[in-house]
Design a protein around this ligand. Structure first.
Ligand code: NAD
Length: 508
């Protein structure tokens, strides 16, 4: 049955690939599809078999300038549109995403190597992002009533202006919608610069938005290289804020680039997230979550639990069970519905991930399973799902974001040591805790220096909750009203309620 579905998926994707191969993926600026100003393109490959998907317009500073000017021009009208009207439009976009969900999922799988079993949900989640923020649009401007003795203070919010959104290649469709939907609901216009390794579904998204009725200039998508198109976007005077998802190092570059124009920034960056398993936990459930949270999405996930902190008393048995599960993971073609782990995004990323196999050995860790690159019929950017044991927290495999299906297991004696190891990295995105002790779960909830803690759970999405990281993992929070705090300015209005005394200067 799964073989039949696999063949069906291959048949379904072939017309989509034929379309992508025909002409370069263009920018969408002011509602028009255009080539790069100098006509240059770059080639996009599939990580499955390294075949060429097609050419992509390589955005220039001039292209970014045009896109930013279009976003600036469209801003006044878009910001003035009643929230209820914006709500209807954003729901229409969600409808259109749902109608195209299969094509989006297949294309995303082919472009990024992510297994279809996860990508089919990513498109639906993208639609959910639009619906959630659509319903918040009518009340986005609301503020607070802050009465004083002789004055009435009240706050209102207004959209900050045109914003730049820069996204990475892991789950690019879902992440783009997570940023673009709240910006639009808030009344901002957008210039989107997708990652150069995953350009396809960004082009689909902007096409869908326009077909659903989005006015020209409200969202402009410029494809291209980060250091060129992305940089120009972060430096452009018309852009008031940059929402960025990507590596911590790039976040730091963007902060420098945006300094002259005093950009507001929101950063969702890297992670080296611990999953801490205590001996009093439900170990069967913990095992499921440990395996899922690092080996799903090819481990190319900011919230992946890439460090397993395991209590010494149960370490040997639990780690052996993890090893057995890792050995049984189904690595293969992402369009095969059975596949659990697909190829990594790009050969450069495969090389980066696999470089840690030698680093682990040099540092004295053991490769309990995996630790090799692999392929599909001689092709593709695959690595074997890998488990490192005998590791200490000071090793590079414990400190650096590897961003692949690679788990480092570290043993701890007691709660205090677990917290010390968990916090002993430069990152602070997420933490996962497995324990049967409710007091301990509260203590760890407080004690972990991370933006999000999941207790006895895998990463569970809840759109109103704050999402983001501490330390090198980010600045700011997304989700619910937190997103509006970024995309909007808060303004206080103060009205005197009586003839209160005003200090008099230069009056005899
Ligand atoms: P990256 O930082 O290399 O690239 C991200 C984007 O930034 C791309 O569009 C790229 O073209 C652009 N870019 C690169 N240099 C730039 C510059 N100088 N100026 C402006 N833009 C520039 O990241 P990546 O490799 O695409 O993505 C993987 C990273 O993203 C991982 O570190 C991962 O943890 C992180 N991530 C974080 C979250 C989160 O929510 N915290 C979510 C997903 C991914």
């Amino acid at each position: 049955m799964s073989q039949e579905l696999f063949q069906e998926n291959l048949q379904k994707i072939s017309p989509l690939l034929a379309e992508l191969a025909k002409s370069p993926i263009q920018h969408c600026i002011n509602g028009n599809w255009v080539d790069a100003s100098n006509g240059e393109t770059f080639t996009n490959h599939s990580p499955i078999d390294e075949s060429v998907i097609g050419e992509v317009s390589a955005g220039t500073t001039e292209d970014i300038d045009k896109a930013c000017n279009a976003a600036a021009e469209a801003f006044e009208t878009w910001a003035a549109m009643p929230g209820k009207q914006r709500r209807e439009l954003l729901h229409s976009i969600a409808d259109a995403i749902e109608a195209n969900a299969e094509a989006i999922a297949l294309t995303e799988s082919w472009d990024t190597g992510q297994p279809l079993r996860f990508m089919s949900k990513a498109a639906i989640r993208g639609a959910e992002n639009y619906r959630f923020f659509a319903d918040m649009a009518p009340n986005a401007r609301e503020g607070r009533s802050l009465p004083a003795q002789q004055h009435m203070n009240y706050s209102v919010r207004q959209p900050i202006g045109p914003v730049g959104i820069i996204t990475p290649w892991n789950t690019p469709f879902m992440l783009s919608t997570w940023k673009i939907a709240p910006a639009l609901a808030a009344g901002c216009t957008v210039v989107h610069k997708p990652a150069e390794w995953s350009p396809c579904t960004a082009a689909m998204l902007v096409k869908i938005m326009h077909e659903a009725g989005l006015p020209a200039g409200v969202v402009n998508t410029v494809q291209g290289i980060g250091e060129v198109a992305g940089k120009a976007l972060t430096e452009h005077e018309a852009i008031k804020a940059i929402a960025f998802v990507g590596e911590s190092r790039t976040g730091s570059e963007i902060m420098k680039q945006g300094a002259d124009s005093l950009k507001r920034v929101h950063f969702e960056l890297g992670g080296k997230n611990p999953v801490i398993v205590f001996d009093d936990a439900n170990l069967e459930r913990a095992l499921d979550a440990v395996v899922f949270m690092i080996y799903s999405l090819n481990g190319e996930r900011c919230t992946s639990s890439s460090r397993l902190l395991i209590q010494k008393s149960i370490a040997a048995e639990f780690v052996e069970k993890v090893r057995q599960r890792v050995a049984a993971l189904k690595v293969g073609h992402p369009l095969n519905p059975e596949t659990e782990v697909g190829p990594l995004i790009h050969e450069k990323h495969r090389d980066k991930v696999s470089s840690y196999f030698d680093i682990a050995k040099q540092d004295g860790a053991t490769i309990a399973i995996g630790g090799k690159t692999t392929d599909l019929d001689g092709n593709g950017c695959f690595v074997e799902p890998t488990l490192f044991t005998d590791a200490s927290n000071s090793m590079r495999i414990s400190q650096e974001e590897i961003f692949g299906p690679v788990l480092t297991a570290i043993e701890f004696e007691d709660e205090a040591e677990a917290v010390e190891i968990a916090n002993g990295v430069r990152y602070g995105l997420a933490g996962y805790v497995w324990t049967g002790d409710s007091g301990r779960s509260i203590r760890l909830g407080r004690g972990l220096d991370v933006g999000m803690v999941w207790i006895n759970s895998e990463n569970n999405r809840h759109l109103p909750s704050p999402f983001g990281g501490m330390k090198a993992s980010g600045i700011g929070r997304d989700g619910g009203d937190y997103s509006f705090d970024f995309y909007m300015e808060t303004k206080n209005i103060c009205i005197a309620t009586n003839d209160h005394s005003i200090p008099k200067l230069a009056k005899n």
